[in-house]
Design a protein around this ligand. Structure first.
Ligand code: AMP
Ligand code: MG
Length: 419
């Protein structure tokens, strides 16, 4: 990583001063630690990313059993059964789910059986009770059944060696079910990254305080903590830090011990109070970048004592988009996820969209699906301070660097804000 490159005023940014989105993301990914896997009990692993593929050690079903409440029979006995010419068989016993004793039958007899009960030795089919008649001693069968009917066979669900859940997958409730049924109750997971969130700015008050003159509520802190949690990390709120060297130094220094990553917002650009790059540079190494994107151009990357620091612009929309473009992929990479990028769809722009030359625009849009195609409608004014439009968006339309206008009716790529 290059050293501190300064943060003087730049009123005009030329294309060759800009860093591409890909290069900036790659520089961040380079800084990331990869925490060692931990073995967790299955009930604690939900939502974490599996570190190694887990394979089955068992067959499921592990013994042949009944798929129905009914009668276990030898299928050949019922070959001639018909509604007007039923076959009658004596019942010689009953077997229920959980029976350790498995009865045997010989041709010409049947056993009452419950769903999940082991199939009697010698039986090869189960007749559902509702297709039979008669009392408990003598049962009438009114139709034939193939051998194997309503029998759950050994290994038809799982066999030993079969992969259950792949490395890099975020464990879902269905995965928990599969692993539990297979008896894989301790699983290797990548620990959730611990992310310290700091909001920098002299103008900020906590969101639950009333702002005085010239002050605003800290919306970025809660937003970034929520985004971290959604991305599988554990957020720690470092609160609000003044635009002051000493205060920033203390805040960074005192939070590094419990952070795998620090995410700051504000102070990333060229204001006279934007002291964050200087402070990170004094404690470690730092790069300031002007990334060829809108919103989100001013970005900071740094590292202090092996902990990566990301500095996002303070405007709420810029911070939100920067998180989606850089921090979410970084957190997914730290967790060893296979799917680092969020899904994208091609959509038809409902209204025209514009983008500055040389920059990739991320425009908040609302997606709809009709007549087999996606449409993307801008959520309203796209100013970087317009928080009202973030919550309406379910996607970010991506207008490439070499495109300045997307006319209504043409196609645009949309990165989803959900998975
Ligand atoms: P900065 O990146 O510090 O120059 O801030 C850019 C804009 O974002 C300014 O209008 C700030 O007041 C605003 N801003 C900075 N931090 C926050 C925050 N935590 N919550 C809401 N707005 C913020
Ligand atoms: Mg500021």
């Amino acid at each position: 990583m290059s050293g501190f490159v300064g943060h003087g005023r730049h009123d005009v940014v030329t294309a060759d001063e800009l860093t591409s989105v890909e290069d900036h993301l790659a520089a961040l990914i380079d800084l990331l630690p990869r925490p060692d896997p931990i073995v967790l009990r299955l009930q604690d692993a939900m939502g974490l990313v599996l570190a190694e593929t887990v394979t089955s050690h068992v067959s499921l079903p592990s013994f042949p059993n009944s798929a129905m409440d009914g009668y276990a029979v030898v299928a050949a006995d019922l070959a001639g059964a018909a509604v007007d010419d039923p076959v009658h068989l004596p019942v010689i016993g009953e077997v229920v789910a959980g029976s350790a004793e498995v009865p045997s039958i010989t041709p010409g007899r049947c056993v009452r059986i419950m769903t999940g009960a082991p199939l009697p030795v010698g039986a090869d089919a189960v007749v559902p009770v509702e297709t039979t008649s008669g009392d408990r001693g003598q049962i009438a069968f009114h139709r034939a059944y193939e051998a194997g009917a309503n029998v759950r066979c050994v290994g038809e669900d799982l066999t030993p060696g079969q992969p259950l859940v792949a490395a890099g997958r975020r464990i879902t409730p269905a995965d928990v079910a599969l692993l539990a049924n297979a008896g894989e109750t301790r699983v290797p997971c990548n620990p959730p990254p611990r992310v310290v969130v700091l909001s920098t700015g002299d103008e900020l008050v906590p969101a639950d305080d009333a702002p005085g003159p010239g002050m605003i509520r800290d919306g970025n802190g809660p937003m970034l903590a929520a985004l971290v949690r959604q991305a599988g990390g554990t957020p720690f709120s470092g609160g609000i830090v003044r635009d002051d060297r000493k205060a920033l130094m203390y805040a960074l220094d005192s939070n590094l011990g419990h952070a795998d990553l620090v995410v700051c917002s504000g102070g990333a650009s060229a204001g006279t109070r934007d002291v964050l790059p200087d402070v990170i540079g004094a404690l470690g190494e730092v790069t300031t970048a002007k990334v060829a994107m809108q919103p989100g151009m001013p970005q900071i990357l740094g590292r202090i004592r092996d902990v990566p620091i990301v500095g996002l612009p303070g405007n709420p929309v810029s911070a939100f988009v920067s998180f989606e473009v850089f921090v979410r992929p970084a957190l997914r990479t730290m967790q060893g996820r296979r799917d680092v990028a969020r899904p994208r769809v091609r959509a038809v722009a409902v209204a025209s969209m514009t983008s500055p030359p040389g920059k990739r625009s991320y425009l908040r849009v609302r997606l709809a699906h009709s007549d087999g195609r996606w449409t993307a409608a801008p959520t309203g004014a796209q100013g970087s301070h317009m928080v009202s439009s973030i919550a309406l968006a379910d996607g970010l339309a991506i207008v490439p660097e070499d495109v300045t206008e997307v006319p209504a009716g043409s196609q645009v790529d949309v990165q989803l804000l959900v998975d």
